[in-house]
Design a protein around this ligand. Structure first.
Ligand code: DP6
Length: 394
């Protein structure tokens, strides 16, 4: 290492993902190894993603991190595990123009600074740890010229937050639970890319912007310790469902896809109720949304929309196609009308062109979100979520 003045920087952008077959329960808390496989769909990074810049310089005297502009501690085990694993894979870096030469062994002495932002309103109450850890690991790997592919990186991101491992790919992604005690085979693989089933439209109805009362980590620990339904689900139900879901995705069979997605979300929340003390993530509005979708699907004779809820009351609604998404918007606006003083700019976010199809012209005038900043070293993240809608006012 020559000069003390240089700074090497890399910026990456990583989308978040939504599980259609849920991960709930760990068999190893430190390595973050799950009790069952899971499958997710990756959202459009333009609407929901984390943007992270990592920097290294000989002038930095400690590792530091800022999240949405506020400094946070990196001393937690999950951050430390990710940093240690990536450092162990760091390679030599040379940039003659900037006078940078970092030998493989130098990485152990060098410190990093990390600045991370979410491109969606923090008030939306949507999970960000998946995109956050995936982005941190991806950006650090690029900074340190680690040679690992995204599958191998997913096993590191997993140690930050389980669901993060699925954010290293676009399209539909499977987290294979693995068998090895050291977790080396617990990683994510891409099932199909985003082009495979590009008719799907995802709409997120934000029911509450409040922080969840029971974190996923605490909730799933309690479920593992107390829920018999969790044991049954992991052993008997999920292995079959994973196979059926893979088939449904491969064949673009929306009927089976919707049935499996809704059933798995409902079983996950049943496990939460079966936990001692019981965990309530959904609220009355969530239940109203489920009823509305179930009635509509039933009256059409074939599913139009699938719903799924994570560790909170917000609904992720996956529409079969644009026509179904348009009808869904109309139904949501009818059942949950915005109050007259609602700020429509924050009420509806994402691809607003679909509102025109729904006959809602006024909102079309609202300015689109500013484009994300220019990204260097960005992974080729594929689009999936065409729409992200906020229903803040009910
Ligand atoms: C309900 O990945 O947030 O969203 O591994 O403890 O960080 P930790 O948990 P986290 O759990 C996500 C749970 C879920 C379902 C899912 O994404 O599969």
């Amino acid at each position: 290492m020559a000069e003390k003045t240089w700074v090497r920087m890399v910026t990456a952008q990583t989308p978040t993902n939504i599980a259609v077959i849920k991960y709930w329960g760990k068999r190893d808390e430190t390595l973050i190894l799950p009790v069952n496989d899971s499958i997710s769909v990756t959202l459009d990074p333009a609407h929901l993603c984390t943007i992270t810049t990592v920097a290294v310089s000989p002038s930095f005297d400690q590792d530091r991190m800022w999240l949405n502009g506020k400094e946070i501690s990196l001393s937690g085990g999950r951050y430390q595990n990710c940093l240690r694993e990536i450092r162990a894979r760091a390679c030599e870096v040379e940039d003659k123009e900037k006078g940078i030469k970092i030998a493989k062994n130098d990485w152990e002495k060098l410190h990093v600074h990390v600045a991370s932002y979410n491109n969606f309103p923090t008030a939306a109450g949507l999970a960000s740890s998946a995109a956050g850890f995936a982005c941190l690991v991806f950006a650090l790997a690029k900074l340190m010229k680690a040679k690992e592919d995204n599958c191998e990186l997913s096993a590191i991101a997993r140690q930050g937050s389980g669901s993060a491992c699925r954010s290293l790919f676009g399209g539909f992604v499977k987290w294979i639970m693995g068998k090895a005690e050291d977790g080396s085979d617990s990683l994510a693989v891409q099932l199909v890319d985003e082009k495979h089933w590009d008719e799907l439209v995802i709409i997120i109805a934000v029911v509450s912007s409040r922080q969840k009362e029971t974190s996923s980590t605490t909730g799933m620990r309690d479920s593992v310790e107390t829920s018999l339904l969790l044991q049954h689900r992991a052993k008997e139900v999920v292995p079959k469902r994973i196979k059926q879901m893979e088939e449904a995705i491969k064949n673009r069979d929306f009927g089976s896809f919707a049935q499996l997605t809704c059933a798995d979300s409902n079983q996950f929340h049943a496990v939460c109720l079966d936990t001692c003390p019981p965990i309530f993530y959904m609220n009355d509005t969530s239940h109203r949304i489920i009823s509305c979708v179930e009635k509509w699907n039933c009256s059409e004779g074939t599913p139009q929309v699938a719903y799924t809820f994570d560790a909170g009351p917000n609904a992720v609604l996956i529409a079969h196609n644009r026509k179904a998404a348009t009808q869904l918007i109309q139904k949501l606006l009818f059942c949950f009308p915005p109050s007259s003083d609602a700020d429509l700019n924050s009420y509806v976010i994402g691809d607003k062109s679909i509102l025109k199809d729904a006959g809602i012209e006024d909102i079309m005038d609202v300015e689109a979100l500013p484009p994300p900043p220019e990204i260097k070293g960005c992974p080729e993240m594929q689009r999936r979520c065409e729409l992200f809608h906020l229903y803040e006012t009910w």
